[in-house]
Design a protein around this ligand. Structure first.
Ligand SMILES: *[C@@H]1O[C@H](CO)[C@@H](O)[C@H](O)[C@H]1NC(C)=O
Ligand SMILES: *[C@@H]1O[C@H](CO)[C@@H](O)[C@H](O)[C@H]1NC(C)=O
Ligand SMILES: *[C@@H]1O[C@H](CO)[C@@H](O)[C@H](O)[C@H]1NC(C)=O
Length: 245
């Protein structure tokens, strides 16, 4: 008989364990999801060395604005914000004047804080979109706790930051093994939107993408400019027709 890894693993009782830990593909549904803004504090921002600093600042704001643009319940939390970790950026606070802001006085893992747990549970959502500083501590500890509690967790890999790429990759790998879905900003946006004709759809999202994902914003700008004031210049028609070769 041919060697079958699955039979061999089943014989050792391993295959079921692996299968049990596997996470099925799941779409983010704006009706079932909430947003966590975790320790994206102005002091902790200094620890983020795995992104260009300007890009990372924009990524934090883009993450935060997801709740506003998709009308998701949003919970903010900070760690010892009176000390060197500092407050959340004012731009983020201004987005959510009435969302809960749980100011943890010492707990490293936000899930260890009863007020934070209560705020998350009060949203009654099963899917949690999260990003925090730093990836290997704030994001990973909370994401692992949320998985243990049965939540689906979507970690925005562009908006968590840490000290080195090695540490980031190791933290992401640890989370992934626990069934945390590692996702880009654009994949979160498109999964929440589902269809460009929805509301929010192209009308709301193109200005957002123009701010935070200029490759897409400038695609739209270029197309609009071409339609409204463009003209085909010599050579373009040949490449358009495919007759330039
Ligand atoms: C969200 O709920 C609304 C209202 O019940 C429904 O029309 C819509 O299809 C739901 N969206 C998704 C992505 O399931
Ligand atoms: C919580 O969500 C579930 C699933 O969407 C729903 O059936 C239930 O009614 C909700 N409970 C409250 C208190 O909103
Ligand atoms: C490209 O195709 C259009 C018709 O589809 C034709 O009018 C035009 O002459 C073509 N131009 C070139 C440069 O191939």
């Amino acid at each position: 008989m041919k060697f079958s890894p699955s039979i061999a693993l089943t014989a050792f009782g391993l295959f079921n364990a692996v299968r049990g830990d596997a996470v099925p593909w799941e779409r983010i549904n704006k009706n079932d999801s909430m947003l966590l803004i975790l320790d994206l504090q102005v002091g902790l921002y200094q620890l983020t060395r795995d992104f260009d600093a300007t890009l990372y600042r924009d990524n934090m704001l883009a993450h935060a604005e997801l709740g506003k643009i998709f009308d998701l319940p949003t919970v903010m939390t900070t760690s010892a914000q009176q000390g060197p970790n500092g407050p959340l950026p004012k731009e983020i606070l201004d987005m959510y004047p009435s969302a809960p802001l749980i100011q943890r006085q010492g707990e490293v893992n936000a899930w260890d804080n009863a007020d934070f747990r209560a705020a998350v549970k009060a949203t009654n959502k099963s899917q949690i979109i999260v990003a925090g500083i730093v990836t290997d501590v704030c994001t990973a500890f909370l994401a692992l706790s949320l998985r243990a509690e049965g939540y689906s967790v979507f970690a925005n890999i562009e908006a968590s930051g840490t000290t080195t790429p090695l540490i980031r990759d190791t933290a992401n790998s640890r989370m992934q093994q626990a069934g945390v879905q590692l996702v880009s900003l654009f994949s979160i946006v498109c999964d929440l939107m589902r269809d460009w004709r929805n509301t929010p759809g192209a009308k709301e999202l193109l200005p957002y993408l123009d701010r935070y994902m200029p490759v897409y914003g400038y695609l739209a700008r270029g197309h609009a400019a071409a339609v409204l004031e463009g003209e085909v210049i010599p050579g373009e028609m040949a490449v358009f027709n495919g007759t330039d070769g």
